[in-house]
Design a protein around this ligand. Structure first.
Ligand code: S3P
Length: 168
């Protein structure tokens, strides 16, 4: 089975955008773990957090990881910002970290056309300070989990994807 390309990184770093660019530059299809969880649960991430709490959501991420590991190959997989914590992450595929400074990520979200929507759907992005603390607490672990780190702050999505494909 050919390996999947697994994109990890903080909320708002552009995992979806890079996955779409990867689709454009390859003949692969893309899956997103948040989308898989929402369709499995038939409710939005925000609702799952509100009604069941974060711990329940993390269990769903693990269930999703187990399923991907067993059943999916040759695909691009973008993940939620906390998915890097699942057990056996490296068994799903080649782990690529999309990296950028917190301020770049923050500005990318608040300057987006649909900024309110982007903020509203992310229960762990309530304020600059709260999100920055979460970002800081994850930096080391993100880097440890990744085979390759891609600086998305200083390259266009096209360039970032070319670098990803070369690194495989
Ligand atoms: C989370 C990131 C979100 C989503 C959930 C939790 C996190 O995904 O999975 O709100 O813990 O960082 P995005 O990274 O796509 O925003």
């Amino acid at each position: 089975m050919a390996e999947n390309i697994v994109l990890i990184g903080f909320m708002g770093v552009g995992k979806g955008a890079i996955a779409r660019e990867l689709v454009r530059q390859t003949d692969l299809f893309a899956l997103d773990t948040d989308d898989l969880i929402e369709s499995m649960e038939n409710r939005k991430i925000k609702k799952i957090f509100k009604e069941e709490g974060e711990e329940y959501f993390r269990k769903l991420e693990q269930k999703c990881a187990n399923w991907l590991c067993k059943n999916v190959s040759s695909s691009i997989i973008s993940t939620g910002g906390g998915f890097y914590k699942v057990e056996n992450l490296e068994k799903i595929g080649t782990i690529i970290l999309l990296d950028a400074s917190f301020d770049w990520i923050y500005n990318r979200i608040v300057n987006a056309e649909n900024a309110q929507k982007k903020l509203k759907k992310r229960p762990l992005f309530n304020s600059y300070d709260q999100a920055k603390a979460l970002y800081d607490s994850r930096q080391k672990a993100y880097k440890k989990a990744a085979k390759t780190v891609i600086d998305v702050e200083n390259s266009s999505p096209e360039e970032a994807v070319k670098t990803i494909l070369k690194s495989l």
